[in-house]
Ligand binder design. Structure first.
Ligand code: NAD
Ligand code: ZN
Ligand code: ZN
Length: 395
């Protein structure tokens, strides 16, 4: 079969690889009809490349049709239409029962202290081949699937694999009070969808990015947006001016470690207010400081006693974290991979006829699997208006 494989930093190709087959009685094989490219794939493309091996099959946002099921898989049959959650979970352990499939004790990748195994996410998460391919082997298939009805286009359900539950959990974890406000940093697929979900909940939402098409797309849904590079002053000051001097009740960081350092975003730039000069200088000198630009921005923007919901991925050592400011502002921090199956019942009613979240038109590009190298480059460079790209193995 054809599959998208990692070949090196910023280098992927579409190769012929062996067809997956049932390896354990709890597996299923799915013929993939649509497969998203995610901001998390960009980490593997770039900064997390060290964990990848040449030939690793990428992709963790697939859906398709069940081809074959192992002898122990109940509740799933050949021909079923399924979305595949990005994490693999057994559905039977204590963590799964607690609604934390990301912490599944059966599939947990202990070597790296990671959570549940993930599709297409390197040895850090179990070295499981991914779903940007014609076929996918789904381990623990009895629980690692979301059955969806026949009829509507794939776009209606595809984002249940990651974008929707991730945005949903980001908003849940933000703990915004009724009628409260939330800033969403980053308007890629995740931040864009988090804005839509938060607005649907009735909160005041302020979206922040620097890419004009992304800002325009969110603004077109009636959401306030700020171009953090254009404001000419610290983003926190701008947001405080909009919120009676306090900052928003919550901040969702949908950026993660590949943040662009705004000239005003990082706390190091604002260090005079918080830190002794020597410590500030050390922060400024720290090579990793841009990696933290969004987190530092979030700490600055959130009101005292507010919550930061970290949905953006921070891999590796995130240091230094300004603990004194977090402590003094009494900030709650919540984070983690989205527990996909936990949120499906909440989200499903919104994937109905009038499509309040706009999932039908969420993809900016649908491309054949063979165009994956160009698609990755376009998504990373944010060129051609690319926000969400979906690959089609059968095109
Ligand atoms: P993306 O890369 O398309 O979006 C990131 C956006 O942040 C870009 O539009 C970029 O311009 C913007 N940005 C960069 N620096 C910024 C700054 N300092 N302030 C504000 N905006 C800034 O990616 P995506 O697909 O939307 O994913 C976003 C993050 O969420 C990634 O880190 C991804 O790994 C993570 N993610 C987490 C989960 C989870 O389960 N927790 C699931 C999926 C994705
Ligand atoms: Zn993803
Ligand atoms: Zn489990």
């Amino acid at each position: 079969m054809k599959a998208v494989t990692w070949q090196g930093r910023r280098k992927i190709s579409v190769d012929s690889v062996p067809d997956p087959r049932i390896e354990s009685p709890t597996d299923a094989i799915v013929r993939v009809t649509s497969s998203g490219i995610c901001g998390s794939d960009l980490h593997l493309y770039e900064v997390l490349g060290a964990y990848m091996s040449e030939g690793d099959v990428l992709g963790h946002e697939p859906m398709g049709i069940v081809e074959e099921v192992g002898s122990e898989v109940t509740g799933l049959a050949k021909g079923d239409r399924v979305v595949v959650p990005f994490q693999i979970s057994c559905g039977r352990c204590v963590m799964c029962a607690a609604g934390l499939p990301t912490q599944c004790e059966t599939t947990q990748v202990r070597d790296y202290g990671s959570g549940a195994a993930l599709f297409g996410y390197s040895k850090l998460y179990g070295q499981v081949p991914g779903g940007q391919a014609e076929y996918l082997r789904v381990p623990y298939a009895e629980h690692t699937h979301i059955k969806v009805p026949e009829g509507p286009d794939d776009d209606r359900f595809l984002y249940l694999s990651d974008v929707l539950p991730t945005a949903w959990q980001a908003v849940e974890y933000a703990g915004v009070p009724d009628g409260g406000s939330v800033t969403v940093l980053g308007l890629g697929p995740i931040g864009d969808m988090a804005c839509r979900v938060a607005a649907q909940h009735g909160y005041r939402v302020i979206g922040v990015d620097r890419v004009p098409e992304r800002l325009a797309r969110v603004a077109a849904r009636g959401i306030e947006v700020i171009d953090f590079e254009a404001v000419g002053q610290p983003l926190g000051d701008v947001i405080r001016e909009l919120t009676d001097g306090r900052g928003t009740d919550a901040v969702i960081d949908a950026v993660g470690m590949e943040a662009h350092g705004s000239p005003f975003a990082s706390i190091a730039q604002r260090s005079a207010a918080y830190l002794p000069d020597a410590v500030a200088q050390k922060l400024m000198d720290n090579a990793g400081i841009d990696r933290l630009a969004a987190l530092h921005s979030a700490i600055d923007i959130v009101r005292r006693g507010g919550t930061i919901s970290l949905v953006g991925v921070y891999g590796g050592m995130v240091d230094p974290i300004p603990m004194r400011v977090l402590f003094d502002k009494q900030i709650q921090l919540r984070m983690g991979q989205a527990n996909v199956t936990r949120w499906v019942d909440d989200i499903m009613p919104l994937l109905v006829d009038d499509d309040p979240l706009g999932v039908e038109s969420f993809a900016t590009h649908r491309l054949p699997l063979s165009a994956a190298p160009e698609a990755y480059a376009m998504f990373q460079q944010k060129s051609d208006g690319a926000v969400k790209i979906v690959l089609e193995p059968s095109a």
